[in-house]
Design a binder for this molecule. Sequence first.
Ligand code: SAH
Length: 245
Amino acid sequence: MGKVYIVGGGPGDPELLTLKAYRVLREADVVLYDALVSKEILEFTKPSCVKIYVGKRDGRHSLPQEEINELLFRFSKVYDTVVRLKGGDPSVFGRGGEELIYLSERGVEVEVVPGVTSAIAGPFSAFIPVTYRGVSSSFAVVTGHPKRDVDWSAFSEVDTLVVLMGVKNRRKIAGELIRAGRDPEEPVAFIERATTQEQREVFTTLRELSENPPEVEPPAVMVVGRVVEIGKKVLLRHGHARKSL
Ligand code: SAH
């Protein structure tokens, strides 16, 4: 019986993969991967490795979670090293926890390899620290997916709010946050394709976002809070965050 590794692939830049994820990928007999996993990372696998895409494609839905669970289980019977590779960190909106429970309940040996999450690395790749002495002493990460019922009033007090999967819903989110008591002039940033060559930042405010939202292309991390000013200031001085590449 083989072992299943639930692996975080990091936010995009292959160099942000952990050494452990790199080693496990090189040893993998089969890899099941999602849409947000960068293609360069898959090239670390050996030639005989079977690579299976289980994410969304051309608007079609991804493989149902139950089928992914079942596939992982079956593969663990025939392969030594099975890798479930996800973007960022597997535990952050990655359903890594569900796979972990399914497999452990069936007696499969599972190991977790945490990854660098876009929720924290995304903002900082645009020079926005999620905490900063005297400016922000707390942060929260929330889903902005239109199908999730979020009580936005719960996020009125948190200093830095990071929203994942929020691009489509951005106008409504901003309105909800203002209604919940956040300052309409509070700065907001979107970091598109963070840590990749195509990284782009969009700066706005809650008010502008709720009235006349700027263009933003997914995938992007949305950050709300005074720390956004820090990133903006450094970027203005420095030019584009990924200029050095
Ligand atoms: N497990 C992932 C998050 C999965 S939810 C992680 O830890 O990063 C998917 C959302 O993550 C996207 O909708 C987007 O908001 C964000 N995201 C992931 N990778 C990103 C990237 N390189 N740049 C910007 N946003 C990203």
